[in-house]
Design a protein around this ligand. Structure first.
Ligand SMILES: [Zn+2]
Length: 254
């Protein structure tokens, strides 16, 4: 009998190893968690500078969905985190309170960021204007002025709380007169006084900058959400540039 050559022996060993390797590969596949949508997205810098003096790179686009209705698709660009949060929290409200109307979303940022009239902010993809959930069960045609009696405090509070729980929310701006409706809802949910005080600037004065939800003029027709800079966004700054510094910069560029 001819002795098998060396290469034939190797081939035979490989053939016997084949099924074992296949089994190991299959096992590894089942142990790896399924990829989630955002895992496919490469972490990269998006927000640069401040909300009122910044730019947006590698912008992510918010699109119309079952839960979200855009007013200005042209200005619906933001950081991936902001865009995801709006969709996720819109969906969350839809699941928790059945029959919710779609969330009406106004301006985020332009695709490359920078000034977006008439806003002072909205420059680096970390801010969005969002319509209130309405008690009528129908979203308004635009971001129109609303009164406390018209807003759906239940759904609006669930939406804001969803944002807060993400740990990414910095502030929500909303007219002071509309806050008591949400505070009442928070009390109904048995939130502690401490928790309510950390969430709302009301009943403190108009210009007190405490609480996540704060008063700003011009916010009686929508809420304005602002998220933090991500850790990997090295040249992003959480705080807006002060008016004084802004004036100095303008003078320098004149
Ligand atoms: Zn705004």
């Amino acid at each position: 009998m001819r002795r098998p050559t060396r290469s034939a022996a190797t081939a035979q060993r490989a053939r016997s190893l084949g099924p074992a390797l296949l089994a190991v590969a299959l096992l590894l596949c089942t142990l790896t968690p399924p990829r989630i949508a955002s895992a496919r997205w490469r972490v990269q810098q998006q927000a640069k500078g401040a909300v009122n003096a910044g730019k947006l790179k590698n912008a992510s686009r918010l699109v119309n969905s079952r839960y979200v209705k855009l007013r200005f698709p042209k200005n619906a660009w933001g950081t991936r985190r902001l865009v995801d949060l709006i969709q996720q929290c819109g969906k969350h409200v839809g699941k928790v309170h059945r029959g919710a109307h779609r969330l009406l979303v106004g301006d985020l940022s332009r695709r490359t960021g920078g000034p977006l009239r008439p806003h002072a902010g909205h420059q680096n993809g970390r801010e969005a204007d969002i319509g209130f959930y309405m008690r009528s069960g129908k979203p308004l045609g635009g971001l129109w002025r609303v009164s406390a009696g018209h807003i759906d405090a239940r759904r609006t509070l669930t939406f804001i709380e969803c944002f807060r729980q993400s740990g990414e929310l910095m502030n929500v701006f909303m007219d002071r007169a509309l806050q008591p409706a949400l505070v009442r809802e928070a009390k109904r949910r048995k939130w502690s006084a401490k928790r309510i005080s950390a969430m709302f600037s009301w009943p403190r004065g108009k210009y007190v900058r405490q609480g996540v939800v704060q008063h700003r003029g011009g916010h009686d027709n929508h809420i304005h959400v602002r998220i933090r800079c991500a850790k990997h966004e090295r040249s992003c700054r959480d705080r807006p540039v002060s008016r004084r510094r802004m004036a100095r910069i303008r003078r320098r560029h004149r």
